[in-house]
Design a protein. Structure first.
Length: 244
């Protein structure tokens, strides 16, 4: 019985040491991965990296991590051919099947899914332009907000014959992800009183799209939906590069 108790104590101690070593190793690896991701993506701040699954050391021995979560609070994505930037808020990505090189200089995930958001203020930068003349009407988009039921409320400021309308006019719009762009399309057109203007001319003001290129690791837009403070984005990708 005494030998059995000693054996149990040894097993418990060794098990505790293994767990401690495993947690120390995973904390070190998370820090290294976060630093490499920050350098690779030229981020302003260090991202959050969380390696899931236990034990970590056996995953390392197999050369593949089951599940890695990455969080970036503020990410500046390329927003068009001229190199404009758009701020992506609270980007969270879940990486599956992460294979890495022997010296940990590179890592690639088999697949990735995640979420992010773009504020209406950021999206408005795309819609805001110099006032556009449509016959006697001069108009431009001055506001974006939540229209409820998954719609965006697009507010247009207009003047007719040089006289500004007393109140802006608004339309509800549908937002979709098309390729690498967030597209806003008015469900109906605003009314400018008795003046009739061509639909395509009005849509030149109310409808617009915001390209979002160069997301981290090569992930891409999947879906987009209007929310209270901005548009909520779903992203996905395959063979997503975390480092190297």
């Amino acid at each position: 019985m005494r030998a059995l108790r000693i054996l149990l104590v040894v097993v418990v101690v060794l098990g505790g040491l293994f767990v401690l070593a495993d947690r120390l190793a995973v904390n070190f690896a998370e820090g290294e991965a976060a630093d490499k991701l920050r350098a690779n993506e030229n981020l302003a701040t260090t991202p959050d990296v969380s390696i899931k699954g236990f034990p970590f050391l056996t995953q390392v021995a197999g050369g593949e991590l089951d599940d890695v979560e990455v969080g970036i609070d503020d990410y500046e994505a390329v927003a068009g051919a001229e190199g404009q930037k758009i701020r992506i808020d609270d980007l969270r990505a879940n990486m599956r099947g992460v294979e890495f090189s022997g010296d940990y200089s590179s890592a690639t995930a088999t697949s990735a899914t995640g979420t992010a958001s773009v504020s209406y203020a950021e999206l408005l930068k795309t819609a805001t332009s110099e006032p556009t003349e449509i016959g006697p009407v001069t108009a431009r988009v001055v506001g974006l907000s939540d229209g409820g039921n998954g719609k965006i409320k697009v507010t247009v400021e207009a003047s007719i014959g040089g006289t500004k309308l007393p109140q802006p006019v608004s339309v509800l719009s549908t937002v979709t992800a098309e390729g690498d762009a967030v597209r806003v399309h008015a469900d109906s057109l605003p009314s400018f009183g008795p003046f009739r203007v061509a639909e395509d001319e009005v849509r030149g003001i109310t409808d617009f799209e915001q390209k979002i290129d160069d997301l981290p690791g090569g992930i891409r837009l999947d879906k987009v939906e209007a929310a209270k403070n901005g548009v909520e984005i779903t992203v996905k990708g395959s063979h997503v590069r975390l480092a190297g």
